[in-house]
Design a protein around this ligand. Structure first.
Ligand SMILES: [Zn+2]
Length: 259
């Protein structure tokens, strides 16, 4: 049995990156536009959001854009058009940030934590190791403390794999960051879906076991790629990648959904 009714894939913008950010030491001459993706689940226990995209307000303010992106070495800055905005996409589905009861964060990089500040009512599930790293200085260049070092966030740290709801399981997949996690979602019609988050940005990370550009632990990062591959092989799950520019054009995007 599963408590999950629908999965919405939310395309929330693009990052413009040298390919080596996705594939370790491979493709330095190529520049990719990779999607920033978040996922919304309609469940028997309310609305669950997996990752919260990038906060476009940082990009719409020229001073903030310079300070947080281009001057900080994140150049060119990401692109978030109005139709990519998370709040706007939720509204198209008929809900708002205030309706989200649970946020699950794959990890604390800025393209995943942007709108957390808009959901103070939500419980926020994160791996304990990731949360602890996020409270420790110096903070990784890829993290915006202003997104998540905030009073009043209802953190619910977990350790390792955990069943969050019937049909919704957190999969510990460290390596890219110390407490990175992926999700397994069991849908009534589609069957199992694996949301890989940043275990590998691209299909080729999984097909050829290529490490992500950045990791805090390469051995763990490779083990996480292999874990996802084994799970997909074993279950026949649909694998949805957060940052794959090809797959994003081939799948159902919100307001369409998987059920
Ligand atoms: Zn990411």
């Amino acid at each position: 049995m599963t408590d999950i009714r629908r999965l919405y894939v939310l395309l929330c913008g693009y990052e413009i990156i040298p390919k080596t950010v996705s594939t370790r030491d491979l493709g330095a001459r190529f520049v990719l536009s990779v999607p920033i993706t978040a996922y919304l689940l309609d469940t028997a226990s309310g609305w669950v959001l997996f990752d919260t995209a990038l906060d476009e307000s940082h990009l719409n303010d020229p001073e903030a854009k310079r300070r947080m992106f281009t001057d900080a070495g994140w150049d060119p800055a990401p692109v978030v058009r109005p139709h990519h905005e998370l709040g706007r996409q939720l509204a198209e589905i008929g809900i708002g940030f205030e309706d989200i009861g649970t946020v699950i964060l794959s990890h604390l990089h800025a393209d995943h934590t942007g709108h957390l500040k808009h959901m103070p009512q939500a419980q926020v599930i994160v791996q304990r190791a990731e949360l602890e790293a996020g409270q420790t200085d110096p903070l990784s260049f890829a993290c915006f403390g202003s997104d998540f070092r905030l009073p009043g966030i209802m953190w619910q740290p977990i350790d390792g794999d955990a069943e969050i709801l019937p049909g919704l399981t957190a999969l510990s997949t460290p390596g890219h960051t110390i407490g990175h996690m992926s999700l397994r979602v069991d849908l009534p019609g589609t069957g199992p879906v694996i949301l890989t988050a940043d275990v590998g940005d691209l299909r080729e990370n999984f097909e050829h076991e290529i490490l992500p550009g950045a990791s805090v632990d390469d051995t763990a990062a490779l083990a996480s790629i292999r874990r996802i591959n084994a799970l997909v092989a074993e279950t026949g799950a649909l694998m949805l990648m957060t940052h794959d520019p090809d797959q994003i054009q081939q799948i159902r995007l919100a307001p369409d959904f998987y059920d």
